[in-house]
Design a protein around this ligand. Sequence first.
Ligand SMILES: Nc1ncnc2c1ncn2[C@@H]1O[C@H](COP(=O)(O)OP(=O)(O)OP(=O)(O)O)[C@@H](O)[C@H]1O
Ligand SMILES: [Mg+2]
Length: 458
Amino acid sequence: MPTNNKPFADALTAGIIRIKANTSLSVRQIEDRLGLATGKTGRTAIEYWRKGYPPHRQILEKLLMEMMILSNGDLDEPWLRNILKTANYAEPDLFCGRFFSPQTISSRENLDTLTHRSRKFVGRKEDLQTIQEILHTPGSPSVITIVGLGGIGKTALAFEIYSRERLNKKFVQSIWINETGGVLTFDEVLIQLGRGLGHPSIAKMSLIDRKFFIQSRAEATPILVVLDNLETAGQDQQDIVERLIPLLGQGKIIATSRKRFSGDLFQILLPGLTEQESSEYMKEVARNQNILRLFSATQEQLKQIHVSTGGSPEAIKLIVGQLASSDLEIALKYLREARPLGLNRDEDEYVNFYRRIYEWSWTFLSESSKSLLIACAHFAPEVGGVFDALQKVSAIPAEVLPGYIHELWQHSLLEVSSALTPTRYALHTLTRNFVLSDILDMLAHNQTNIEHHIVVNT
Ligand SMILES: Nc1ncnc2c1ncn2[C@@H]1O[C@H](COP(=O)(O)OP(=O)(O)OP(=O)(O)O)[C@@H](O)[C@H]1O
Ligand SMILES: [Mg+2]
């Protein structure tokens, strides 16, 4: 009988508890998932490992891989290195390199901003200037809110500022917060802030201690906090921001939301890109995704895309993506039949506009790409998953998966952040919503397929 390895048992249990804290799964469900991933039926194996008997190499790798996937980015490099060490794993660097590299994901804070790294930022010069002035002028507002329609570019603008601030280092700490780890509440904001400041143990503190900790850190060093997509928060967005202000002292908050804020917070109501910016963005997307058709478009055709989309980058990106499979005139004809997207569109009209674009993009996809798109909706929007996770969830063989990833990416349905290792694949919130509402609904009710629906409606 081998001797019991307590450090391994502790590390494994700590990992399971962290997964539990970050998902809606119970310990039992987590153990079942781990059993499934390692090909063990029943609970005997996992219970044995948890007593301090590490499995052999191959099973250990499967176990840890599944734990990393389940934790959605919360299990960090120190945890992984520690458990590998306790299990006497021979090549920890190699295994860690599958998840982390020197410039890559070492905390959830980095994960949250992944999908905005891959393309060049276009335009918005005045907004950038206004925001930077406010950030750097003493006595100016401590909160800047960026409000507008879904897909209009709020997160991209906030991320551009955040990246610049990290470079110029005027703020000692810049921290990005969104709902990745669960529904965002004031308390969750404090926990993510604490983690961003290098104190994951903040999760164990009382609310008063958390506040005190953040306040004392903010007094010592100016902090820039970005609260992204606050419309999805589990508490009133205004309340979250207003409770955070007094804790941050000289620090600043940038908050993005589809919903307007009230009171006298500084608000940027973000419009679509200008005509010139739209053309620039179309070319950037086309260059990036190698869509040559766009480059033979006339000025008039580019203008039509701009007018129909109201300069919304997400809509522009999807339409340029359609040109991977469709002639420009046909795409434009289809687009003209939808009412142009504008700032004052009500929610239904705006959702219908996107639905129309997505439905048409969907018709270009192969069956496997359709399954892959549905599988990608399992991951948090804009954060997504790594190749192995995609492979596992979609059950598409690894040899052919890159082809389908490419197909979705070229049609602008999947974001690929290859600037980081390992590469991550994510859906934009709007795309994920389309999959979760329309596509899954369609499959669940076994309705007439979407292609038929479109033929009837055009
Ligand atoms: N100025 C820009 N330059 C380059 N890309 C942009 C720009 N603005 C937006 N994008 C891209 O367009 C897409 C939609 O933008 P983004 O996610 O920022 O919209 P959003 O307003 O935050 O949407 P949501 O309300 O759904 O969160 C993203 O892929 C983003 O990278
Ligand atoms: Mg956003």
